[in-house]
Design a protein around this ligand. Structure first.
Ligand code: RRO
Length: 306
């Protein structure tokens, strides 16, 4: 089975990437496999300045998924370029850099800072659920979302595609997708975590320091598949990077059939760092079993009338 795929103009050897936030900049996973063998690494959202993030505890596990209220902890763009990006390039990884800002100017400055850097794609994270004010979740509002995306599209290197990362916490994901596509997004990443919370029955208080957090893992997979389906239906030619609770090749195939060109593996790496590599092989087998000669033949297949 030919697993090659593409995200806009970026050609990938296979369709399995890491998900932003779950593998930092790939170095830890590099202990388990060669990061160049993945479709790509999507880095933890980076901001202009170093940040320590929100109060701890900031991870909570439930039987169906994990919650986080990390709050954009990270080294800041300068250290990221000098250390993380250098490591990724030295190790031959296809690199998707996720950026996050408090406002449009910060997104623009990050895009400018990355203009001449060796990156393959920019993921513009307009959907972090753990910013100080939920009002800053740009992806909840079509106008706010399109303002950020059009400004980043103008500021970024024109040879680097930009993907908008959207939140499932909206009533009409297709409307947000159309809006960012019109604003110049070359593709869309679906989905960020779903807002949730856990109460600790010993302390009788919220389990997370940030009170609410983003739910990831198996619980959100059907939500994510639904979002990929709806956006593919609304904007069929827009490349989609699908994610949300993928831990097997079968899970990945669901996203592909719904319309994703590639998938990201996030929460699953916490229990099994080799999950992304295993999923490449499993996906190949699942495609072969169903008679697909290539991955691209399967993209959006579920939309075809029988
Ligand atoms: O850092 C975080 O708290 C975080 C981010 Br930026 C995001 O986009 N999604 C998430 O679940 N956590």
């Amino acid at each position: 089975v030919d697993l090659r795929t593409s995200l806009a103009s970026v050609q990938l050897a296979n369709p399995v990437l890491t998900a932003s936030g779950c593998a930092a900049a790939g170095k830890e996973l590099g202990q388990f496999f060669d990061v160049a063998d993945l479709g790509g690494i999507v880095t933890k959202s980076i901001m202009m300045r170093p940040r320590s993030g929100r109060a701890t505890p900031r991870m909570a596990e439930t039987p169906s998924g994990m919650l986080n209220s990390i709050g954009l902890q990270g080294p800041g763009i300068d250290s990221f370029i000098a250390n993380d990006l250098k490591w990724l390039k030295d190790n031959g990884a296809r690199t998707v850099v996720s950026i996050a800002g408090h406002n449009t100017d910060e997104f623009v400055n990050l895009a400018k800072r990355l203009y001449n850097q060796p990156i393959d794609l920019l993921e513009v994270n307009i959907s972090c659920p753990n910013v100080e004010s939920r009002g800053q979740v740009f992806a909840c509002d079509p106008l706010a979302a399109s303002r950020v995306i059009s400004a980043v599209r103008r500021a970024a290197n024109p040879n680097v595609p930009i993907f908008a990362k959207l939140t499932p916490d909206v009533t009409d994901i297709a409307a947000i997708a159309r809006s960012v596509a019109d604003a110049g997004a070359d593709g869309i990443s679906l989905i960020n975590t779903l807002l949730g919370m856990v109460i600790d029955l010993d302390t009788l208080r919220p389990a997370l320091g940030g009170i609410t957090g983003g739910l990831s893992g198996p619980a959100i997979r059907p939500v994510a598949v639904r979002c990929v389906w709806q956006v593919h239906q609304a904007v069929p030619h827009l490349p989609l990077l699908g994610m949300g609770g993928i831990k097997t090749g079968r899970d990945a195939l669901e996203f592909i059939l719904a319309g994703a060109c590639a998938v990201s593996v996030g929460t699953a790496v916490f229990h099994d760092p080799t999950a992304p590599m295993r999923i490449i092989g499993e996906l190949r087998d699942e495609l072969a079993l169903r008679g697909f000669a290539s991955l691209t033949d399967a993209v959006g297949f579920a939309h075809k009338s029988a």
